[in-house]
Design a protein around this ligand. Structure first.
Ligand code: MG
Length: 386
C-alpha cells in the first residue's frame, strides 16, 4: 500500500502576529509547519509528502522543511481549504493507494494516531480522528435582540469533535472531491459523508490541539518543552592527512587535506551520532557500525547518523535539537556552517532550526592546534514521542 500525506497549510489571512503566516510561527523554536511535516517524515507507513501552501509562499517555500529520504513537494493551494486539498490530491492521485490529510495547524498529532487513522481508512475507506465531547453541547439561535439563546441541548454521547489526520482510500477521496464540487466543506470527511461513504471515527487526542489563537500558541509553546527529555554527549577526533577529501556534515569542503579513517571520516556526523545514541543510552558508534561489518563498508557517515536517529525513534524518542562544536585550526568553519547544519538535519529527519553548528580553533595548542587533527563535540536532546 502506497500512502501519500497532504499537509494542508494553504490558509491565508489568519495571522496571529507580526505579519507572519500562522503556519510559520515557531512553537518551541520550530515552526508549526515544520513540526507537522516531521510527523509524516518520521512515520513508517507514509511514502511521500505534499505540502500545500498559499501561492505566494509556495513560490518561495520556507527553509527547513525536511522529509528525510522521502519525496516532499510544495504546491500552491486554492481559494478554500477544499480547493487546496484537491490540488494536493491531484499531485499524488496517480501513485497513492491511500491519502492521509493533516492540518498544519495541528503540530502535536502522535505517530500512533496517524497509524490508527490510516489503518481504519484502509479497512473502511474513510476515517478521521475525533474526540468525544466532554462539555455539554448547546445548539444556539439568534434572539430578537441579536444575542444568542439556546435552542436545545444536543445528546452529548453522540457528539464528536473532528480533528485531523483524516485518511481515505484514493478512490473514495476522488469520488468525494468530485461529488463535493458544489458544496462548502471545512474538512474532507464532510465531502465523503455527503457522497454517501461511511466514515469511521478513530479516537483522537486532546493533545492534538489546533493552534488558532495567541493563547493556543502560548499553550503549544509550553507543551513543546514538555517533560521526559534526555541529553547525550558525543566526541570524535580524526587525523588530517594528504590525499583525502574533507567531509563535515556530509559537505565536502575545499581544503588541502582531509580526515583519515574508515568511511568518509566525517568527524561532525560521528560526534552527533554518538550524542544521539548516548541520549537513549544506546551504546556508541563502534557498537552500531563495527569496522568489520560489510553492511556499513563505504557507507556515508550521514547514512549512519540517519540509522542512529532511527534507533532512537524505535526506542520511542525523537531528536529535539543538536548542538555541535567543530574544533579545527583551519579551514574556517563559519562559511560552511549552514550547509553542515542542513546535511545533519536531513540525516536526522528534523528541521534545520533544530541543528546548530559552530566552529572553534584550538589557539595553536596541541595536535588540533598544530593542524594535525580535527575534533568535534556534540550534544543532542531527545524527548519521548507521542
Ligand atoms: Mg569517527
Amino acid at each position: 500500500m502506497r500512502v501519500a500525506a497532504i499537509i494542508a497549510a494553504g490558509g491565508r489571512g489568519e495571522r496571529l502576529g507580526a505579519g507572519v503566516p500562522k503556519q510559520l510561527l515557531p512553537v518551541g523554536g520550530v515552526s508549526i509547519l515544520a513540526r507537522s511535516v516531521e510527523i509524516f517524515a518520521g512515520h513508517g507507513l507514509v511514502d511521500e509528502i505534499v505540502v500545500v501552501l498559499p501561492a505566494e509562499l509556495a513560490a518561495d517555500p520556507p527553509a527547513g522543511l525536511h522529509a528525510g529520504a522521502k519525496p516532499l513537494r510544495v504546491i500552491a493551494g486554492g481559494a478554500r481549504r477544499q480547493d487546496s486539498v484537491r490540488r494536493g490530491f491531484e499531485a499524488v492521485a496517480g501513485r497513492a493507494d491511500l491519502v492521509v490529510i493533516h492540518d498544519a495547524a495541528r503540530p502535536f498529532a502522535s505517530l500512533s494516531l496517524v497509524t490508527r487513522v490510516i489503518e481504519a481508512a484502509e479497512e473502511s475507506g474513510a476515517a478521521l480522528a475525533a474526540v468525544a465531547a466532554s462539555d455539554t453541547v448547546k445548539l444556539a439561535r439568534e434572539d430578537a435582540a441579536g444575542g444568542a439563546v439556546v435552542e436545545r441541548t444536543l445528546p452529548r454521547a453522540r457528539i464528536h469533535l473532528a480533528q485531523t489526520p483524516q485518511a481515505f482510500r484514493t478512490e473514495v477521496l476522488a469520488a468525494a472531491i468530485e461529488a463535493g464540487r458544489g458544496i462548502e466543506a471545512t474538512d474532507e470527511a464532510a465531502l465523503a459523508e455527503a457522497a454517501g461513504f461511511p466514515v469511521r471515527l478513530v479516537p483522537g487526542e486532546a493533545s492534538n490541539m489546533k493552534i488558532t489563537t495567541m493563547t493556543d500558541l502560548t499553550t503549544a509553546d509550553a507543551v513543546a518543552g514538555g517533560p521526559g527529555a534526555r541529553v547525550g554527549a558525543g566526541y570524535d577526533l580524526h587525523r588530517l592527512v594528504e590525499g583525502r577529501p574533507l567531509v563535515l556534515g556530509g559537505v565536502t569542503i575545499p581544503f588541502d587535506r582531509g580526515l583519515a579513517g574508515h568511511s568518509d571520516a566525517d568527524v561532525a556526523a560521528h560526534a552527533v551520532t554518538d550524542a544521539v545514541l548516548g541520549a537513549i543510552a544506546g551504546g556508541d558508534i563502534g557498537r552500531h557500525f563495527p569496522d568489520a561489518d560489510p553492511r556499513w563498508k563505504g557507507a556515508s557517515s550521514l547514512a549512519m547518523l540517519a540509522h542512529a536517529a532511527g534507533v532512537a525513534r524505535d526506542a520511542g524518542f525523537e531528536v529535539v535539537n543538536v548542538d555541535v562544536v567543530i574544533v579545527a585550526e583551519r579551514p574556517k568553519i563559519a562559511p560552511y556552517a549552514d550547509a553542515i547544519r542542513a546535511g545533519l538535519a536531513g540525516a536526522l529527519g528534523i528541521a534545520v532550526a533544530r541543528v546548530s553548528v559552530k566552529g572553534k580553533t584550538n589557539e595553536g595548542l596541541d595536535a588540533v592546534g598544530r593542524g594535525e587533527a580535527m575534533a568535534a563535540h556534540a550534544v543532542a536532546l531527545v524527548s519521548p514521542r507521542g
